[in-house]
Write a protein of this length. Sequence first.
Length: 142
Amino acid sequence: MLISLTILLSSLLLGSMVFFAGIVTPSIFRSLGQQEAMDHTRHLFPRYYLWCIVLSGIATLTASIAQSYIAMLLVIVLAGFIYGRQSLMKKVAEARDRWTDTDSPQDKARYKSLHKRSVIINGFQILVLLLIVFANQVLYPR
């Protein structure tokens, strides 16, 4: 029962991440000007990260109670969201503002490096969640 709930929460988290990265963010950037899109996403990202922290936290808890190996994987996913919301998101925003103000190549490189880090973490989290969802189908076929 708890494993099923863990997989359901992991699937919901995975779907939320893919929807946000594949639909929401690109739509914002296509619909609005660059600066407006940046301002809009700056307001969305804290909510996105909070949603993902809540889902991954509950999924981690249910997996821990079920004494499943999945809990270890979900701790990694949860840690990535906490780091993203509490540290990386602020650094990316500051680097973007600095680059906008100075237009220097160093500031642009710093922004791009931090943004790339957030994309890599997000991609890694998606891969881990895919592993959780699909490995469960192999280990616990219905």
